[in-house]
Design a protein around this ligand. Structure first.
Ligand code: TXA
Ligand code: MG
Length: 350
């Protein structure tokens, strides 16, 4: 398949490209596009045949439902009921990195929701995404625009890397500012439950309703008796090709441990990457070292996480050693993605 690529500007939108991409959606094709969280791979959410193409292009398991993207807050067509709490969350956090799960209406085909009677809905913040949805005239179903299992793409080059030849159109814009996928809150149950942590944090959600809680299964290795409620959260995800290990504990001791491990791996002729922070960067002398940013700025760490994992793959390292982050605020989402990418390989030191 020939893939057309158009890279446009968020602050000076080229509507010719938007209309061309919208035409592809209307005709049942696939369009990758930027959002503030990660790039999405979109198709007409209301058309079964179009949606099936997304699963094929990504190699995505059939039981993993898609999020539909809308351009305004009027979602009564797509949801059977919108409880008060969902309305308040939507009012407060849309457009933005929040997906709400609601009881699905019949106009959304069951392939989109992977057979569930609920549907995830989100209104992205990025103007290119909103304009594309408006021009298409339909909600756009879009998972992250990566091959299934790989770290989500946060810029257009990574979309091209994964999807060139597999989709009809790649609409490029700026880098995704958030860098992690949206927070998912299941509002089809009471109290609402966070199925995937993201940039809309637990504290932010609790400021609207303090009964909201996090699905206990998502921060730990999945067990038979404690499966994550979001079907997609059970898969190994976000994973670089290299083996990723997280070293968790006191800052100084983490640095010592990583330096000790690097030397051992180099002795075994392995190429090692170190996922550092601005604060620790000066203490690593060997290995491929990349800083995610400053510990004082978790937004920066989140934004750089997936791109850094992909950069280590470009460098063909065998092992990546990562520092760990505080499990508070945005740190909960960062650690959720990091521990999943590592297949829960965490070395705890005291
Ligand atoms: O930020 C985002 O949400 C990005 C951008 C493109 O908007 N999209 C995204 O989609 O991350 P995806 O498909 O990579 O992740 C969707 C997650 C999966 O874990 C899926 O299982 C869960 O949402 N999900 C979707 N619909 C659901 C539902 N009805 N019930 C429970 N979980 C659902
Ligand atoms: Mg994804």
């Amino acid at each position: 398949m020939d893939t057309k690529v158009a890279i446009i500007k968020e602050d000076n939108i080229n509507y010719e490209a938007i209309n061309e991409a919208a035409k592809v959606i209307k005709k049942g094709g696939l369009v990758a596009f930027p959002t503030e969280t990660v790039y999405g791979l979109g198709a007409n959410a209301l058309d079964e045949v179009s949606v099936k193409k997304i699963f094929e292009a990504k190699g995505r398991p059939q039981d993993n439902p898609l999020i539909i993207h809308v351009a305004d807050k009027d979602i009564n067509k797509y949801a059977k009921e919108v409880p008060d709490i969902a309305k308040r969350l939507i009012d407060e956090f849309w457009p933005g990195p929040l997906t709400v799960i609601l009881k699905k209406s019949d106009i959304v085909p069951s392939v989109t929701s992977a057979g569930l009677d609920t549907i995830g809905i989100r209104m992205p913040y990025t103007k290119i995404a909103l304009e594309l949805i408006k021009a298409s005239g339909v909600p756009i179903a879009a998972p992250s625009a990566n091959i299934s299992g790989r770290p989500s793409p946060t810029d257009v080059q990574r979309c091209i890397e994964d999807l060139n030849g597999r989709v009809d159109y790649i609409l490029g814009g700026e880098e995704s500012r958030v860098g992690l996928e949206s927070t998912i809150v299941d509002c089809s149950v009471n109290p609402p439950c966070i199925l995937r942590p993201g940039a809309i944090t637990l504290e932010m959600l609790r400021s609207i309703n303090d009964s909201i809680y996090i699905d206990a299964a998502i921060m730990n290795k999945p067990k038979e008796d404690l499966k994550p409620k979001a079907p997609g959260m059970k898969y190994r995800h976000y994973a670089p090709k290299a083996k990723l290990k997280i070293i968790q504990g006191d800052f100084q001791k983490t640095i010592e441990k990583i330096n000790e491990m690097v030397l051992n791996y180099i002795d075994e002729n392995l190429k090692v990457g170190i996922m550092a922070t601005d604060e620790s960067l000066p203490y690593y002398k060997v290995g491929e070292v990349i800083s995610l940013g400053s510990r004082a700025n978790l937004q920066e760490i989140a934004k750089n996480l997936f791109e850094t994992l992909r950069t280590f793959d470009d460098k063909n390292v065998d092992i990546i050693l990562s520092e760990s982050f505080i499990r508070e605020g945005l740190g909960i989402a960062i650690m959720n993605r990091l521990t999943k990418a590592a297949g829960f390989d965490i070395i705890k030191i005291d």
